[in-house]
Write a protein that binds this ligand. Structure first.
Ligand code: ACO
Length: 321
């Protein structure tokens, strides 16, 4: 038994912040942002929108694409690092909004790898027969934990959501999932405050993302390369067999370096970072939905999803769409 994606959906908030907009608020230029990141614009949630609102939009579209009703959903897993509340978790908030009753609903915190962790978890439920119709979402409002006066981070992040429905299938489907983490890198990319950590005189409350960008960059390229190689090797496959590589959309330079190292032509890589910025756990399902809806991702295509994020965490999912 396999699980298979039967529908995808995504959502970007209406408000767009361009590089030119950021030139007016911090010491940066459109040229610097494009050259260093490839990002041209990002979408930012409205003041009255939370992560669950974004998640619900993407979930509805994925459910429509899969042709399933709220009563069919028997598992909800959300990857997010920017939940509306400490609790209830975003899965429960989405469940309530969609009129789904009784099924397990939870979120997974794995920064930008959150959707890959969520999809891997939901796949286990489906292949073991514990779920027959799972809603898997990546959704973020990282704009709420970005310091908009810090040019080194505010140019990078954006808000959004992506979702898939997975259901049992005798044919693959999800072929293999690979997850990893290394907490020794916890300080390179983090939000140093949280509900349990008491501020001290030395370490006052700091609710914003901090990042040693160039150090993260190097580990991100190496780790993404190694997770892709491992996924291919464990499935006795060659990169040329992959129809579409769908990497976490952190930075165009990371993706270009990855495509070069793997000798996978950039034409075979889905790129959305220019339009969306880094939407963390939402970026992979957003890129997947873009590819499906613009016709690049066809039924039967072999897709390799890969992500890397704070923790550090990383993961990949190889699947036949
Ligand atoms: N505009 C203009 N100059 C800037 C800006 C800006 N927005 N930001 C930084 N600079 C300056 C720096 O101050 C520095 O100046 P200096 O040389 O005078 O000291 C110079 O530009 C170079 O800074 P670097 O940080 O070395 O620039 P780099 O080329 O590494 O690009 C970036 C920075 C875009 C952040 C890059 O390192 C990156 O993308 N890193 C990876 C991010 C990532 O992958 N995150 C993982 C997932 S996120 C998650 O999990 C939540």
């Amino acid at each position: 038994m396999y699980s298979r994606i039967t529908g995808t959906g995504s959502y970007l908030p209406e408000k767009v912040v361009t590089n030119a907009d950021l030139e007016k608020t911090v010491d940066t230029t459109d040229e610097w942002i494009r050259a260093r990141t490839g990002i041209e614009r990002r979408h930012i949630a409205a003041d009255d929108q939370c992560t669950s609102d974004l998640a619900v939009h993407a979930a509805r579209l994925a459910m429509t694409a899969a042709g399933v009703q709220p009563e069919d959903i028997d598992l909800i897993v959300v990857g997010t690092t920017s939940p509306d509340l400490v609790f209830p978790n975003v899965g429960c908030l989405v469940q309530e909004r969609l009129g789904i009753r009784g099924c397990p609903a939870f979120s997974i915190e794995a920064a930008c790898s959150g959707f890959i962790y969520a999809l891997t978890t939901a796949d286990r439920f489906v292949v073991t027969g514990q779920a027959k119709c799972a809603l898997v979402i990546g959704a973020e409002t990282l704009s709420r934990i970005v310091d908009w006066s810090d040019r080194s981070t505010c140019v990078i992040f954006g808000d959004g959501s992506g979702a898939v429905v997975i259901q049992p299938s005798e044919e693959p489907g999800i072929i293999s999932c690979h997850l990893g983490a290394d907490g020794r890198y916890k300080d390179l990319l983090c939000t140093p405050s949280g509900p349990s950590k008491k501020p001290t005189a030395d370490q006052p409350r700091d609710p914003f993302i901090t990042m040693k960008g160039n150090e993260v960059f190097k580990v991100a390229v190496k780790t993404l390369e190694s997770i892709v190689r491992k996924t291919l090797a464990e499935n006795n496959m060659d990169g040329s067999e992959i129809d579409w590589l769908i990497p976490h959309q952190a930075n165009n330079r990371i993706i270009q370096a990855l495509s070069k190292r793997l000798k996978m032509p950039i034409e075979k890589v889905i790129l959305t970072v220019q339009e969306q910025g880094n939407t963390s756990a939402a970026s992979v399902p957003l890129a997947l939905d873009v590819a499906v809806r613009d016709g690049r991702g066809q039924r039967g295509d072999l897709l390799l999803l890969g992500a890397f994020g704070g923790g550090f965490t990383w993961g990949s999912v190889l699947l036949r769409y």
